[in-house]
Design a protein around this ligand. Structure first.
Ligand SMILES: Cc1cc2nc3c(=O)[nH]c(=O)nc-3n(C[C@H](O)[C@H](O)[C@H](O)COP(=O)(O)O)c2cc1C
Length: 364
């Protein structure tokens, strides 16, 4: 029977165990959205994960300055990330970069020139986010024009190349959590009347073009993606055809033989049963002609749930988010069934070293 602690090879990546550190924005990048040595220490401390998925990282200067989140579009950012990947590799870890375009989920005040965010839609969400000094409403987005979409694909492709140049083992394309590619996938945020809106085949078009372009650039064995089929996070609504949309999307990806698909089950960071969804239907479509690709599951997993998911074959790897923040040695603690340290949520998105690199490891 396969164990959570067994090694695994998926695509071009070999991992020491099946425990994944989920991507988590921690807002500790320096000026110019450059990864810092503090970030290198943070990731190095967690390198015993079979795979680390980095925090969401902006692919382009047109989508930047999201309150100290890192980017992957400048030479300085690449150099900063090289420190991170070097530190993780020196400890025997593996790390992929999460490629991120926010779409409509930010206020123009965070932009270099105060320009509106780009999205699938001109529909704004009236929700607020913490911007430069205070809470601000997200700005009215500009719906990307047909002639602008090829540029978005090129930016993703270049970002994937930059990630490999910065020493990452691969990339995770962020198609989840109500960000740009998820905005295209969902009915509620995609009212377009062109070939990128309407039926599911059209809504899946941009994410598929992005993934195909990345595969052409860095190879399928280093490319994965993240989905959150029913998560309402970041103000996307539940699609009436979520199952057929995501079945179709994963079917289109099957022949590419991607390294992995990473699925958030339920509401991100919330109830796992927020809406009915047959994840096994996605998994079987992904595995049909790609037995070696890893099916990674996430959201609210405990040790017992993770052990069971691997033993039963429902998943190849299990991603943990919050437990990895407060337990840099999470793999060891899970192996020993040791108690987990509690999370201090005051410092999730601020605080420098505090609540970031100061969580203790087990004193063995
Ligand atoms: C502080 C924080 C930041 C997060 N940032 C990201 C992110 O950058 N990209 C992403 O896909 N998910 C992000 N998430 C969601 C997590 O990856 C994960 O899906 C969620 O925490 C549920 O997993 P858990 O129950 O093991 O914590 C974030 C979650 C937290 C708590």
């Amino acid at each position: 029977m396969t164990s959570l602690f067994d090694p695994i090879r998926f695509g071009d990546i070999s991992a020491a165990n099946r425990i994944v550190m989920a991507p988590m924005a921690r807002n500790r990048a320096g000026p110019g959205q450059v990864p810092t040595s503090l970030m290198a220490t943070y990731y190095e401390q967690r390198a015993s994960a079979g795979l680390i998925v980095s925090e969401a990282t902006q692919i382009s200067a047109d989508d930047k300055e999201h309150l100290d989140t890192p980017g992957i579009y400048s030479d300085e950012q690449r150099a900063g990330w090289r420190r991170v990947t070097g530190a993780v590799h020196a400890k025997g870890g593996r790390i992929v970069l999460q490629l991120w375009h926010l779409g409509r989920i930010w206020p123009a005040s965070l932009q270099q020139y105060g320009q509106p965010p780009l999205s699938s839609t001109e529909r704004r969400t009236n929700r607020r986010t913490f911007a430069v000094k205070e809470l601000e409403v997200f700005s009215e987005p500009l719906a990307l024009r047909l002639d602008e979409l090829p540029h978005i694909v090129i930016e993703y492709r270049q970002a994937a190349r930059n990630a490999i140049d910065a020493g990452f083992d691969g990339v995770e394309v962020h198609c989840a959590n109500g960000h740009l590619l998820d905005q295209f996938l969902r009915h509620s945020t995609n009212p377009r009347r062109d070939i990128y809106g309407g039926p599911k085949e059209n809504r899946a078009r941009l994410p598929l073009e992005v993934i195909n372009a990345i595969v052409a650039e860095i190879g399928a064995g280093r490319t994965g993606l993240r989905l959150s089929p029913v998560s309402p996070v970041n103000f996307v609504k539940q699609d009436s055809d979520a199952q057929s949309l995501f079945n179709y999307f994963v079917e289109q990806l099957a022949s590419l033989k991607l390294a992995f698909i990473h699925v958030i089950e339920g509401a991100t960071g919330g109830p796992r049963d927020v809406a009915p969804f047959d994840y096994a239907a996605l998994r079987s479509r992904f595995k049909r002609c790609n037995e070696q690709g890893a099916w990674i599951v996430n959201n609210g997993y405990t040790r017992a749930m993770a052990i069971e998911a691997i033993a039963s074959g429902e998943a190849d790897m299990v991603a943990f988010g919050k437990p990895f923040i407060s337990n840099p040695d999470l793999v060891n603690r899970l192996r020993l069934d040791a108690p987990l340290a509690a999370l201090n949520s005051d410092y999730l998105h601020r605080g420098g070293a505090i609540g970031y690199i100061d969580y203790p490891t087990l004193n063995l």
